[in-house]
Ligand binder design. Structure first.
Ligand SMILES: [Zn+2]
Ligand SMILES: [Zn+2]
Length: 252
């Protein structure tokens, strides 16, 4: 049985109300305060050290695709903000994704901004990829869910994260540029070859993307084939550069 949009909204707000009453907001780490993450616990989470090519895992600053992988892939790089194995990162994702608690997206947005700023400190201005220098106009696009899955959850967790990334103050946010048109099996359950097949032609781009510098936002990237497929079709429509920012990196 499928519920309509209004019924789902009602149900979601009821479950949020119920959840907040049963489990009042407190820090996921130290169980004190009135926020999901207190400053002390937030500062205890190590930021990105994942300076590797996302395809072959060779050392590569910022997660830029290395020269060998670049010609066979459309993505320009994947910046992974945190390691999924950290218990607080895992809990933040679970809270957002499976407990349907949207307000945790603000903490996730702040953490992503912090990870990029901290990582920048290791580089001189011209060593920082253009996209992270705030000099160019960027467009932020969340990786879309299929409408069935979004309807089931009531929201797309990547949309919520994308809204809260403030590192690029003038970034344009676009929620309707990319559409998932194929209902795909969950990537985590498939091997690498099947993942690539599974994502092929799973997305559609609306409108011209000429000369755009695009940042795809995803909560967890366990497979690069989804991001690569999105980058491929965005570049087919003229996008100049497509990077991705992933909140939690999961080793493959
Ligand atoms: Zn705490
Ligand atoms: Zn590589």
């Amino acid at each position: 049985m499928f519920l309509n949009k209004r019924q789902i909204k009602k149900l979601t707000s009821w479950s949020v109300f119920l959840f907040d009453t049963l489990y009042p907001i407190q820090c996921l780490g130290c169980k004190t305060g009135t926020n999901y993450l207190c400053n002390k616990c937030s500062n205890s989470i190590p930021t990105n050290n994942n300076s590797r090519c996302p395809i072959c895992h060779k050392n590569s600053p910022w997660g830029k695709l290395c020269q060998e992988c670049k010609p066979n892939n459309s993505l320009d790089g994947v910046f992974s903000a945190y390691n999924y194995k950290h218990p607080l990162i895992k809990q933040l994702i679970t809270t957002l994704k499976y407990n349907f608690i949207r307000s945790v997206d603000k903490d996730i947005g702040l953490l992503i901004d912090k990870s990029i700023s901290e990582y920048s400190k290791y580089f001189s201005q011209d060593e920082i990829p253009k996209i992270f220098r705030k000099e160019i106009d960027v467009t932020i696009i969340p990786v879309p869910l299929h409408k069935f899955r979004e309807r089931w959850r009531g929201f797309n967790q990547s949309n919520e994260i994308a809204k809260n990334i403030k590192y690029w103050p003038k970034a344009k946010l676009e929620f309707n540029t990319l559409k998932r048109i194929k209902y795909t099996k969950q990537q985590a359950k498939l091997n690498k070859n099947k993942r690539t097949k599974n994502t092929k032609n799973a997305f559609q781009v609306q409108g011209d993307q000429k000369n755009k510098t695009i940042i795809l936002v995803d909560d967890v990237a366990s497979s690069k084939s989804t991001l690569n497929e999105c980058a491929r079709i965005l570049k087919n429509k003229g996008a100049k550069s497509v990077w991705s920012i992933v909140f939690a990196h999961q080793a493959e």
